[in-house]
Design a protein around this ligand. Structure first.
Ligand SMILES: NC(=O)c1ccc[n+]([C@@H]2O[C@H](COP(=O)([O-])OP(=O)(O)OC[C@H]3O[C@@H](n4cnc5c(N)ncnc54)[C@H](OP(=O)(O)O)[C@@H]3O)[C@@H](O)[C@H]2O)c1
Length: 281
């Protein structure tokens, strides 16, 4: 039984990216079907139906996706079975007759990319390519918004990135892109968009910019891979999580996050936000 008259489905709206996209689409006057895990935290928007369905719950998804046409699919939280959850969601969407899925992937997603979670995004993309539905992949570089969070308590940024560069991108820019793509999904069918900020920064550059914006003396320490695992060991995280954290830096060292694209400008009509501009906003 269809639970919503709205055929545009947005997932992840209780989060940073999906929440921004839902607000932008709603402001543009679109009716939305929000799939959430916790309805208490769903954004309160006009002309919006909130339906509870996690990627891991096929029964709920069958009902939640009934009658849906276009889906903005935010990648799930990092867990060892994330790809299985993504596949279950994609299978449910295809079975429900969804026409088009716009998926938030990661920059440089590939079966053998250095960033371990980029391989999960690749596996998800492959499942979507084989699904028979239309698809668009938004391959987001690292969030610029997160860079202040990698500063240690001693004002040192630690990681095995060497002098590798990162073309990080602001979440608001990603939301602008996603909003425009969702609004004219057919036009973007079969497209893979590599989304970056306006420049590629080394972590020494990042430390210098953060120092200027905070007035503190922040510096970058280039760890060896062994040092990186050792310095993160106290968190007690499982191996896959440690691998994901460390490989963010080794991906930068390998040059896999460095390419700057103009796709944000092309898809939004405005320049991508720099780290400096984001910090001073
Ligand atoms: N490019 C980057 O630097 C970067 C950084 C961080 C994350 N990411 C990826 O990009 C995604 C979006 O980023 P974000 O900043 O918006 O993350 P976020 O604020 O953590 O939001 C994630 C959203 O996805 C929902 N979600 C997570 N797992 C789910 C599942 N199994 N089934 C259904 N819904 C699920 C969450 O619901 P709840 O509120 O119920 O948890 C939340 O609404 C993340 O989920 C992550 O995969 C990318």
């Amino acid at each position: 039984m269809t639970q919503s008259a709205h055929d545009l489905v947005i997932t992840g709206s209780t989060g940073r990216l999906g929440g921004r996209v839902a607000h932008r689409l709603s402001t543009a006057g679109l009716g939305l079907r929000l799939l959430v895990r916790d309805p208490e935290r769903a954004p309160a928007l006009p002309q919006t139906d909130v339906i509870v369905a996690a990627y891991s719950d096929p029964d709920a998804l069958d009902r939640a996706l009934d009658g849906a046409r276009t889906v903005f699919m935010v990648s799930a939280a990092e867990t060892p079975d994330r790809v299985d959850q993504h596949r279950a969601f994609i299978d449910a969407a295809a079975a429900a007759g969804v026409q088009h899925v716009i998926y938030t992937s990661f920059f440089g997603a590939a079966a053998d990319c250095t960033f371990t979670l980029g391989r999960d995004h690749w596996a998800t993309e492959e499942h979507l390519r084989a699904s028979g539905m239309g698809w668009t992949f938004l391959r987001d570089n690292l969030y610029l918004d997160f860079l202040p969070l990698i500063i240690g308590e001693d004002d040192v940024i630690r990681g095995p990135a060497a002098d590798g560069r990162i073309a990080g991108v602001a979440i608001d820019d990603l939301a602008d892109v996603a909003t425009n793509v969702v609004r004219s999904a057919e036009k973007h069918a079969g497209m893979t968009y590599d989304l970056t900020g306006p420049e590629a920064l080394s972590l020494a550059d990042v430390a210098a910019i953060l120092s200027r914006s905070t007035g503190r003396s922040i510096r970058y320490h280039d760890e060896t891979v062994e040092e990186a695992y050792a310095s993160r060991a106290p968190y007690g995280a499982p191996q896959w999580q440690l691998d994901a954290w460390v490989s963010t830096y080794t991906a930068a060292a390998a040059g896999e996050l460095a390419r700057v694209t103009t796709t944000v400008r092309e898809l939004t009509g405005h320049e991508a936000t720099s780290l400096e501009a984001l910090l001073s906003a």
